[in-house]
Design a protein around this ligand. Structure first.
Ligand code: FDA
Length: 311
């Protein structure tokens, strides 16, 4: 309940241009900008450097070039070209070939066909170099169209493609059946947006219970599922179920966000589990950053402390 309320507040603040300008001035200052805890940096070079470091310690990676809600065909095309450039840079760098992206960054708000074609361009190039492309899930008005686009491209034989399902949405358990039939990989998350009661569970207990049901279905019938959470209760439930069903640790992976619960990331890795770190970078970091604050309002104290330190 409390988390839903804090999400609502941070969702509102995320729309504030003044706050965005203020944050942009201080958040990415090197090396102590407060947003650096969650974001690798503004340039691809920063992301590659951080990625190399994580990989050398045994982590798997997925890189996210931050951006969402573009409003014109030109901006969607620019983001797509930037992703194509990123693919080439990743290949040259030798780090793992795995990216995550958002469909509103590729023009979903402009029109479905533009977005589908932009994603197809990325999959086409990615397919040549063995990339895996994960389509992040945005807020509920985009759920249907996101699943439809993934479904369409999958049927056109673009198989290096995966999707995300959010346990807070009532509909997700039936969406899971659809994706399981399709055969695509699923990343299971709780869900990061402010959603109304008409579409989403509002209590932590209900969201967690749905998460556990979906985790079990994925471990039993999924295709190399990703269990993406920092919640020890969800992680322990996953470990217990995998042990009970004798599911080997290489048949699924855990995923966590860069900068969050590094202690847990390390202990799972040391326990022999696969852990993928979601590594965001780019200049459009403000909405992503605000979602991280909304998940844990205590992070605000950390931001204020960094700002005072800067003075
Ligand atoms: P929960 O919120 O219960 O947190 C459990 C514990 O983790 C907290 O007690 C705290 O210790 C720590 N923690 C969690 N968030 C923190 C934060 N911001 N700062 C500091 N500590 C924090 N969502 C979505 O809607 N679409 C998507 O595509 C994705 N993609 C995605 C990829 C990956 C790899 C991850 C890990 C998560 C996502 N998410 C997402 C976000 C997800 O929906 C969810 O909002 C966050 O993971 C927080 O939920 P937890 O499962 O961690 O549990």
């Amino acid at each position: 309940m409390l988390q839903a309320a804090s999400r609502a507040v941070f969702h509102l603040l995320a729309g504030s241009e003044i706050l965005k300008r203020l944050a942009s001035r201080h958040g990415m200052a090197y090396p102590e900008g407060f947003a650096r805890r969650f974001i690798a940096g503004e340039s691809i070079d920063h992301a590659i450097q951080t990625g190399r470091d994580l990989q050398s310690r045994g982590f798997l990676l997925t890189l996210d070039y931050l951006g969402e809600s573009v409003a014109t065909v030109e901006a969607a095309d620019a983001a797509t070209r930037e992703y194509l450039r990123l693919l080439d840079i990743i290949v040259a760098s030798g780090i793992e070939r795995n990216i995550s992206l958002k469909l509103t960054q590729l023009g979903l708000d402009v029109d479905r066909a533009t977005c589908l074609d932009n994603l197809r361009r990325i999959l086409e190039r990615g397919g040549l170099h063995d990339f895996f492309v994960r389509v992040d899930m945005e807020n509920s008005p985009y759920t249907d169209v996101t699943l439809d686009i993934v479904d369409t491209l999958w049927r056109y034989d673009y198989r290096c493609l995966g999707v995300v399902l959010q346990s807070y949405l009532y509909r997700s358990e039936s969406d899971l059946e659809r994706v399981l039939l399709l055969g695509a990989r699923v990343r299971l998350v709780k869900g990061a947006y402010h959603e109304p009661k008409s579409v989403a569970y509002q209590t932590r207990g209900e969201v967690n219970a749905a998460f556990v049901r979906m985790m079990k279905a994925l471990l039993d019938r999924g295709h190399y599922p990703a269990i993406a959470t920092h919640d020890p209760e969800m992680i322990n439930a996953t470990l217990a179920y995998a042990t009970e069903r004798r599911i080997a640790s290489d048949r699924f992976e855990f995923q966590m966000l860069y900068g969050i619960r590094r202690d847990l990331q390390n202990s799972l890795l040391q326990g022999g589990y696969r852990v993928r770190v979601y590594l965001p970078f780019g200049q459009q970091w403000f909405p992503y950053f605000m979602r991280r604050l909304g998940e844990r309002p205590a992070n605000v104290t950390f931001v204020i402390r960094s700002l005072m330190h800067e003075r």
